[in-house]
Design a binder for this molecule. Structure first.
Ligand SMILES: [Cu+2]
Length: 467
């Protein structure tokens, strides 16, 4: 504690306590009150203290960062009333949730934008459990970049095989790299020459709004670390320096067998749940982030004596699998998509404002859309049929490719051996070719885009239609 300022200790301590109390919430969830998961999110300008002693003029859910953590339960209805107190339209997208198209939160494609002063009620029942997140799908460089990003944790449905209380702590860890001057004001969130490359990285790394935080966890117990990359741009290469750890779940989907963690990279929008058994009281767990071949300390977990009266020799808790449809590979139809770099194509609009297009999918840069101009889909899929998407990244940059409305299975890569896994966002390395497969079981028009926000805004976006 002496090496960190008091504010950091207090704030991170509170978060750890909030995580630990998830287990304590379970008996209430078992009451099966259908109106239990109700929230209100107000989007509004808000000052945040990110760099200690400074104020950042952010945009916040309920005026705060870190944003409220929404907790829901698999198979039970969730209601979120969204109130727009910004000076611009917005919507909220629930990343990774297999949802009804009317609730997907994409302006024009699934709903009217929520105008300043208006509200919209999102109602849905998450079919899958796991680590999800939420964010606007309008003016994303600014709205997400200035703080409108939050985590949605869907607790596993009651089952005799698994209880969330098997984890002594359950920590949501929201990773974001802010674009800040020393006085807390914003630097430019996007610079065209970077948008045409890897994206414009921030310079102030935070976990739950804190730089290099320290959190308390119970000693000698299994803990669940839910990492969510809510950043607009950067990748995180996560490693636990001094303890064995396991990848339990990727983008909300538990692996059939947890995989030993060496290091694991998550691009913008991606999540990973890592479980580990904490060391004896007084010892630390050091979490690192890699840049190139080097790793740097990123956060610390301090262990304190557990007071649960247990012995600490329980086996690793095993998350139940989500009820995902298995694609029928033998009868699947293949669709090919090539992601390319187009160079600096910079048409100006009628106000003379530059409208950069750098990226294409199948030779087409996303045109943008409005109420009376919705461009054609990139592909039209038959409801109920299985598809293989053959994705080719013909660019020298990495792209986390996300599809709304479905979970897909990554089945093949030309760069590495793949043990097939379900996900909602696949990180494609430069020049990588990946095959994914899924059942087109959710009717609607679903966005299909790179989650590097500047890439999607400068062309690398489109949608598929399932009907
Ligand atoms: Cu990209």
């Amino acid at each position: 504690m002496n090496t960190l300022d008091r504010r950091h200790f207090l704030k991170s301590g509170l978060l750890a306590a909030a995580g630990a109390s998830l287990a304590a919430c379970v008996p209430m969830a078992r009451l099966r009150q259908t109106d239990q998961y109700q929230y209100t999110l107000t989007l509004e300008p808000a000052p945040f203290e990110l760099i200690p002693g400074t104020q950042t003029p952010g945009l916040g859910f309920n005026g705060q960062y870190p944003s409220p953590i929404l907790r829901a339960k698999q198979g039970q209805p969730l209601t979120v009333t969204v109130i727009n107190k910004l000076d611009q339209p917005t919507t909220i997208h629930w990343h990774g949730i297999r949802i009804d198209i009317a609730m997907d939160g994409v302006p024009f494609l699934s709903q009217k934008p929520i105008m300043p002063g208006e509200r919209f009620v999102y109602r849905f029942t998450p079919p899958d459990a796991g680590t999800f997140w939420y964010h606007p799908h309008v003016n994303s460089v600014e709205q997400l970049g200035k703080g409108l990003v939050g985590m949605l944790l869907v607790e596993e449905a009651d089952s005799p095989d698994f209880s969330p209380s098997e984890f002594a702590a359950d920590l949501p860890l929201m990773l974001k790299n802010w674009h800040l001057n020393d006085d807390g004001s914003f630097k430019p969130l996007t610079i065209p020459r970077y948008a045409a490359r890897m994206g414009t990285p921030g310079n102030y790394e935070t976990i739950n709004g804190l730089h290099k935080p320290e959190m308390e966890v119970p000693a000698n117990r299994w803990v669940r670390l839910r990492f969510a990359n809510v950043d607009n741009t950067v990748m995180y290469k996560l490693r636990i320096k001094n303890r064995p750890a396991f990848i339990a779940s990727i983008d909300a989907n538990p692996l059939p067998r947890p995989k030993k963690l060496k290091h694991h990279t998550i691009g913008a929008g991606m999540r990973v749940d890592i479980v580990l058994k904490t060391p004896p009281a007084g010892e630390e767990v050091i979490i690192q982030n890699g840049k190139g071949k080097l790793f740097f300390d990123f956060m610390r977990l301090k262990t304190v004596q557990a007071r649960d009266g247990l012995t600490g020799d329980a086996p690793m808790p095993r998350l139940p699998l989500n009820p995902l449809p298995e694609p029928d590979l033998a009868n699947a139809e293949t669709k090919r998509f090539v992601f390319e770099w187009e160079g600096a194509v910079t048409p100006a609009d009628d106000q003379g404002k530059a409208n950069h297009k750098f990226w294409t999918i199948n030779r087409r840069a996303w045109e943008g859309m409005s109420a009376d101009n919705i461009p054609a889909p990139l592909a039209t899929l038959d409801l109920g049929k299985s598809y293989v998407f053959d994705l080719k990244n013909n660019t020298p940059h990495a792209h986390p490719i996300h599809i709304h409305g479905v979970m897909f299975k990554v089945i093949k890569s030309n760069k590495k051996r793949i043990e097939p896994f379900f996900t909602d966002t696949v990180l494609m390395a430069k020049n990588e070719r990946v095959k994914i497969a899924f059942v087109a079981d959710n009717p609607g028009r679903w966005m299909y885009h790179c989650h590097v926000i500047e890439h999607m805004k400068t062309g690398l976006m489109g949608y598929i239609e399932i009907r």
